[in-house]
Design a protein around this ligand. Sequence first.
Ligand code: UD1
Length: 432
Amino acid sequence: MDTFEVNGRRKLSGNVKLHGAKNSALPILAATILIEGETVLHNCPDLSDVNTTLSILESIGCTVRREGDTVIINAENVSCSDIDECVMRTMRSSILFLSSLISRTGCASVYLPGGCDIGTRPVDLHIKSIKNMGAVITENGSSIKCCADKFHGAKIILPFPSVGATENILIAAAISKGKTIIINPAREPEISDLAEFLNKCGAKIYGAGETTIEIEGVEKLHPCEHTIIPDRILASTYMSACACSGGTIVIEDVRPSHLSPVFPVFNEMGCKLYLKDNALKVVSPKRLRRVRMIKTLPYPGFPTDSQSPIVAALTVAKGTSVLKENIFENRFRYVNELNRFGADIEVNDRLAVINGVKELNGSEVYATDLRGGAALVVAALAADGKSTIHSIHHIDRGYSHFEECLAGLGADIKRINNEESETKKTSEKKQI
Ligand code: UD1
């Protein structure tokens, strides 16, 4: 298992470019199986979650080719409607294949994703919605079989604007009979990106990003070329790293409107933000200030995925900050690890109280989940001395070449391949 080794307390400086958004790439890749032909996706990040999704596409009969940041998928010969149980369990977002598989093959067998590292994460809204659109569901223990000759339009009122459920509905409704209306859909930029992709392929989706989406079902979609939006969560992670370690960085290829929910928080922390075209300059103050209250909410509220890196930055702010997690019930597991750096955070149910300390000290810690892992990197970059971060496979799910990008900003961080170093040690011993 790889680890990160970090020697902290280096001010960050320089430019870094965002890669494509993981949370856009995954549903768009799932949707490519609707298209009998070659889809070309630019800015498709090289991440383990994306690579697992590409393996799923191959396992059901697609051909997949990567040329740098561009991925080319040919879904002419989709032949299978089952996703391997192991993959389903390792990557929860494979539930995004539900509608596209049904639409393409008439059936989908999926395993109910169990509890995960940040909460129980049920899929009832996905199932109920596609049932409304004509799918017949047979539950069999931990797996479900969903079948439909063709989806039909429906009026779907989501009690909560679930991102994944909205994506499954959009994909189901794209090729369907009649009109679908989604009331209270998720409004995240990744939803608009999926809709834009589907519309380029001939779908008729209106109002993505708003409080109601209407979809006129079409008979067929055609291939297209699409560029995935930049990753706004990666942007907020770099902003947190800069805020925590000090320094000035420029983040390239940002979409300012996607970051508007996090800008006020960084301003309140005392960071100066300058936008020029799509470049965001972040200048951190001598010492960060506390933030009164952050509440995670569906977009356009403050994103739950940005909470962990920002909490890491707030550990060294002057004063006490409070963060309320409203989306997932178990998203503070990384806090125990952050406290190992000497941070002072108390968690009570969904509330984290962050008592700012003067400085953090290097530590040996374990990533508990993707964004929690990124928070540990943010803390390690600012901490005095050496830190080792284990279980970084969680971080690799969403951050492409993270250590190289941070090293490009002046951080002293490297990836240690422990298997390689063990083998090297053994062979050195043998030679002696
Ligand atoms: C997506 C993102 C994830 C982000 C989250 C919220 C991807 C691949 N993942 O996850 O990074 O943190 O949005 O912005 O895009 N819920 C139900 N029933 C359902 C579906 C969801 O109760 O059928 C609940 C969940 O348990 C959770 C909340 O709704 O408490 C939000 O989930 P959802 O918006 O669906 O998140 P994901 O699509 O899983």
